[in-house]
Design a protein around this ligand. Structure first.
Ligand code: FES
Ligand code: FES
Length: 491
């Protein structure tokens, strides 16, 4: 099969069923990102004969004999496409993971489509920027300034990796390639609560290319914390690298190390899991306690029914304690003095009482972040945080089934905001100096998320007279509460 990628023609035979994204990444085009793997996020966007496609849902064989262009083929750090320059100079990115896909999409737009980005960017999601910096970049608005000697603080200098980000050369963790490198894949728990009694590694180790299979028996029984505070005493050490006690769906269970990602994934699939639900341990305890055969014991929502007897969960914990068995654990944590960033948000909204739809008419955010070292970056953090806050407030929800498994584990159904969902926010910063942070600044990060949902709920109350206390503020939730509310006369 003959392929043409970024002007280079060669013969290749993609693996059966391989998608174009994996095929291109195997050729070293690491600017083609793996985001959702389901056609929702657009991080994998490339051109086929000049038309943007989501390469994760395009079979590699469909590209045979056609011209494939990736972000690497659009321009280089030394010779960028004008749109790549605009994204660099906007800057039109924060982390940059979505950037290559967005650039590939926006370059292919007509002038008319660039005036209607709500529709044109429907297939490209961004989690960090809040989209307005992207809009500005598409229209050539540049905020980046040149630093002058002695005037770096307070100047919006560009990020050092900007040219690499917009040309797809910036290495993210998944792009690292070292000679002899092994790949690690995790097998994760399908159970919300379970005790693993044994794991048979034989089949996984027999997969060609698999080097090691690690389970809880192979890792140190030393707890660590997944929180990222600098002082290890700030957060409790509450997690083992791998544990035989599973507490949530998707908890790490097995690590497979292999020559390739494919071999590591196959190894995970071949691991024979012999997990026994924690429920069985509790049933055993309840059966012993009541003297009833375990076969006659069953668990319901609040306890265990053993024939005519019933052991509540709290009673069972007491029984376990009496026998020296730990079913619960409590730890303490303490913190260090830190700067606090103050944020406030305001919205003006319109609410459609027949559909429950909220439309944000005006959005303003004020932040006290101490001395602003890089104002453009601060603005980006604020806009990105606000966009996340709007997602949490209006659309995003974590639904789990009775087994604790998420029922909407993809971006399409979980519904993180797209361009069309996020209004432009007026960003205000307070002129202040912090006494703790470096150069009198404060760490801003995503703290701007916090006031967004309360501000929306307040605006909604002002508009309807009804106090909403549950998120997200979905049209259905709003509509149901508004049915009995009389229409208020115009002021
Ligand atoms: S990775 Fe292809 S659309 Fe998300
Ligand atoms: S910059 Fe878009 S996802 Fe981070």
């Amino acid at each position: 099969m003959t392929y043409s990628v970024n002007g280079n023609t060669f013969d290749a035979a993609p693996n059966p069923g391989q998608c174009l994204r994996t095929f291109l990444r195997s050729l070293g085009c690491h600017g083609v990102k793996k985001g959702c793997d389901a056609g929702d996020c657009g991080a994998c966007t490339v051109w086929l004969d000049g038309d943007p496609v989501h390469s994760c849902i395009t079979p590699a064989f469909r590209a045979e004999g056609r011209a494939v262009t990736t972000i690497e083929g659009l321009g280089s750090p030394e010779d960028m496409h004008p749109m790549q320059r605009q994204f660099r100079d906007g800057p039109g990115f924060q982390c940059g993971f979505c950037t290559a896909g967005l650039i590939m999409t926006t370059v292919a737009l007509t002038d008319a489509q660039r005036q209607d980005l709500s529709r044109a960017l429907k297939g490209n999601l961004c989690r960090c920027t809040g989209y307005r910096a992207i809009e500005d970049a598409v229209h050539g608005v540049a905020e980046i300034e040149v630093a002058r000697p002695g005037r770096v603080i307070g100047t919006s200098v560009g990020t050092p990796a900007g040219a690499e980000v917009v040309t797809g050369r910036a290495e993210f963790t998944m792009d690292t390639a070292i000679d002899g490198m092994l790949h690690l894949k995790m097998l994760r728990s399908p159970h919300a609560h379970a005790r693993i009694v044994s794991i048979d590694k034989t089949a996984a180790l027999a997969v060609p290319g698999v080097h090691r299979v690690y389970t809880w028996e192979d890792v140190p029984r030393k707890r660590f914390t997944t929180a990222i505070h600098t002082d290890h005493l700030v957060d409790p050490s509450d997690t083992y690298i791998l544990d035989d006690m599973v507490r949530f769906v998707c908890q790490r269970v097995v690590a497979v190390l292999a020559d390739t990602v494919g071999a590591a994934e196959e190894g995970c699939c071949k691991v024979l899991r012999a997990a026994e639900a924690l429920r069985d341990r509790m049933l055993f305890l309840a059966a012993e306690h009541t003297g009833v055969d375990i076969a006659s014991c069953a668990m319901d929502d609040t306890g265990i029914v053993c024939c005519d007897s019933r052991v509540s969960l709290s009673e069972l914990i007491e029984v376990a304690r009496g026998r020296g068995i730990r079913l619960t654990e409590a730890r303490k944590a303490f913190g260090l003095p830190r700067s606090v960033v103050f944020n406030t948000h305001g919205f003006r909204v319109a609410v459609h009482r027949m559909t429950g739809e909220i439309r944000i008419l005006y959005s303003v955010h004020a932040t006290d972040a101490g001395v602003l070292i890089n104002p453009a970056q601060v603005r980006g953090q604020i806009e990105g945080g606000v966009a996340q806050g709007i997602g949490f407030a209006l659309t995003e929800n974590f639904h789990v089934d009775v087994n604790g498994a998420m029922v909407d584990p993809n971006l399409r159904n979980y519904r993180i905001p797209a361009y069309a969902d996020i209004p432009r926010t007026e960003v205000l910063t307070v002129d202040s100096a912090d006494s703790v942070g470096a150069m009198h600044s404060k760490g801003i990060a995503e703290c701007c998320v916090n006031p967004v949902a309360p501000a929306l709920a307040n605006a909604l109350q002002d508009a309807t007279g009804v106090r909403f206390r549950a998120l997200p503020l979905t049209p259905e939730r709003i509509y149901r509460r508004l049915i009995p509310v009389p229409v208020r006369p115009e002021p």
